[in-house]
Design a protein around this ligand. Structure first.
Ligand code: DCP
Ligand code: MG
Length: 582
């Protein structure tokens, strides 16, 4: 879609308001002609002809016109502003809604700063286009036309001479804008760099302090800060070079007017009042020419921003519902991976994953870092789509299920815990806003949150900071687990959920989990054998492949990779594996 056509869509609902505002602009432009006209009248009628009694009338008119003009000025500017604010309100809403629909791949490959720029700087360029550029182009054109009409009515040859001079100003103004363009682009770029340095520094402030890199960070910031200063200075150098030229040209036009106009007055072709009038209209001829360059820049900036916003709005998520997807299916919990292979970009991350889980069974997944455990979870929740093979839930290909139907019935505690800046209760109930306090407490007890909640004077009402600041790693994990449990879904995915929890607490959590999740198909990813040893099926993953599978006892008997891990974790122990492991 073309930017102008696109923006038209947002202005259309307010076309009458816009139309009315433009009429007001026409009226104001007309009223702008009154002052030079009356000045001429003062010179001719009052001063030359001595009709002193007219003076008061003219003054009343001047005051009246000024008041009306100010009121109309205020009215149309407000109208333009409201149209532009309404339009960008819609654009921001659409962008944000689109953002919610995007898949993991989008967030993997798009920088936060870019997304923020779409929602802030770029939408502001759109606002400026509607409320500033459209208005400016229209009002300048009106002024130009009105002034020309008035000037032609005074003296045609003189007007033609003046008109012939205006393109010179237009040319210089255009050159100024072109010279300024790269500099202004640099300012914007430099500003966004400055922003991202600050943003990253704030997010990473703990690492900065841990490695005592404060002065390095200040240096990094100073570099960008200085870049911004240089770019701004450069801009004013360009600006200051051209502005005197533009002013001198405008002056030259006045000089030419006085020379030629003066001659005409002496020869009595026009009156002195006419010359004063003419001089008053000259700025209405100058001004549009001076703005021409900037308007072109602003239009280009609008086009660039609009294109970026349009492309973000048009980016289709890779994961989306099929037109005939199954909505509202009540999941039982049978899960089957059929020869599933998967890659994020180039490298194969999972190869030929093949397993079946019956509803209510527990699956443990164990394997080294980067083996592909989290990727399996991501595929179950359809955050990514498998590259080869099929994943079936209750015998239905998950690609045929509506995404919401699927994800609403999956409880998930992710490896990288994220908590919102909200109360602990609010975080636990994030996925289940209708849950009662009893249910929240039940989930909190099961996940071991209850055990540490007394340490906080405000208990469940304690507000945790962004990302869960104020809590330990293990505490955050337990809140995330409670959040997943509270949803009470037929499928539950726990990714390394108890890795930061001490062994004893972990044991208690798993005991509790066992007692509550009889009907839930549960995936537990863990590095510790103790977390998964009771599972109905344990998958041992290595480099994206299942190298061993079975129950704890079977795997111990196989004396393979799993057995080695077991020995590492529990030392010299009864090799039958029958010993209680906590
Ligand atoms: N990978 C990737 N792009 C992503 C996520 C992961 O290319 N957005 C790669 C990195 C790993 C491989 O995929 O090489 C498997 O990643 P997993 O997150 O599935 O690995 P694990 O969960 O098994 O590792 P860990 O135990 O460290 O959590
Ligand atoms: Mg992982």
């Amino acid at each position: 879609m073309k930017p102008f056509e696109w923006i038209g869509k947002y202005i259309k609902p307010y076309r009458w308001r816009m139309f009315f505002a433009l009429i007001l602009v026409v009226i104001v432009s007309g009223l702008n002609m009154v002052k030079p006209y009356l000045s001429g009248k003062i010179v001719d009628d009052v001063i030359r002809d001595g009709q002193i009694h007219l003076l008061m009338n003219i003054l009343y008119w001047l005051v009246g016109v000024t008041i009306v003009k100010s009121i109309l000025d205020y009215a149309y500017k407000l109208m333009f502003e409201s149209v532009s604010q309404n339009a960008i309100f819609e654009i921001r809403k659409e962008l944000y809604t689109k953002l919610q629909k995007q898949d993991f791949t989008f967030f993997d490959t798009t920088r936060t700063g870019d997304i923020m720029a779409r929602l802030t700087g770029d939408t502001d360029a759109i606002r400026h286009f509607i409320a500033g550029v459209i208005l400016s182009i229209f009002s300048n054109s009106m002024l130009f036309i009105f002034a020309l009409i008035m000037m032609f009515s005074i003296n045609v040859p003189l007007t033609l001479i003046m008109l012939a001079l205006t393109p010179i100003i237009g040319f210089f103004a255009y050159s100024l804008s072109q010279a300024g363009k790269p500099v202004f682009m640099k300012i914007r770029e430099q500003f966004s760099k400055l922003n991202s340095v600050v943003q990253e520094n704030i997010s990473g402030n703990r690492v900065v302090k841990a490695f005592t890199k404060e002065s390095y960070e200040i240096e990094k910031f100073t570099r960008e800060n200085d870049g911004f200063r240089q770019a701004s200075l450069e801009a004013s150098r360009v600006w200051e070079k051209f502005v005197p030229i533009l002013d001198s040209l405008a002056m030259m036009m006045s000089v030419v007017l006085i020379l030629i106009g003066g001659t005409l007055v002496i020869n009595k072709v026009i009156s002195l009042g006419d010359l004063v009038m003419f001089n008053g209209y000259l700025w209405a001829l100058n001004n549009p020419m001076r703005s021409v360059g900037w308007l072109i820049n602003d239009v280009q900036r609008f086009l660039a921003s609009a294109e970026k916003i349009i492309s973000m709005l048009q980016r289709e998520p890779r994961i989306k519902n099929k037109p005939d997807c199954i909505i509202g299916h009540q999941i039982q919990g049978d899960i089957e991976f059929k020869n599933v292979s998967f890659k994020y970009e180039r490298e194969w991350v999972l190869r030929d994953i093949d397993f079946t889980v019956k509803a209510g069974q527990k699956v443990g997944i164990i394997g080294g870092t980067g083996a592909g455990k989290t990727s399996i979870m991501n595929l179950v929740a359809r955050f990514y789509e498998c590259t080869k093979g099929t994943i079936l839930i209750d015998g239905i290909d998950i690609k045929d299920l509506e995404i919401r139907t699927l994800r609403d019935q999956i409880g998930m505690a992710m490896q990288d815990v994220f908590l919102f800046s909200d109360t602990i209760e609010g975080n636990i109930a994030y996925g289940s806003p209708d849950a009662t306090m009893e249910e929240v407490l039940w989930a909190a007890r099961t996940a071991g949150v209850q055990e540490f909640i007394d340490k906080f004077p405000e208990g469940y009402d304690t507000i945790v900071g962004e990302r869960g600041v104020g809590l330990s790693g293990g505490q955050r994990q337990r809140i995330a687990l409670a959040r997943a449990l509270l949803k009470q879904t037929p499928i539950i995915l726990l990714d390394d959920t108890t890795s930061s929890v001490d062994m004893e607490t972990e044991h208690r959590i798993h005991e509790a989990l066992r007692s509550i999740s009889q009907e839930q198909t549960t995936f537990i990813i863990a590095h510790r054998i103790s977390s998964i040893k009771d599972a109905d099926l344990i998958l041992v993953l290595e480099h994206g492949e299942i190298i061993e599978r079975g129950t704890h006892e079977e795997l111990i008997r196989q004396k393979g990779e799993y057995y080695q891990t077991f020995l590492h974790q529990y030392g010299d122990i009864d090799s039958s594996g029958n010993q209680e492991v906590v």
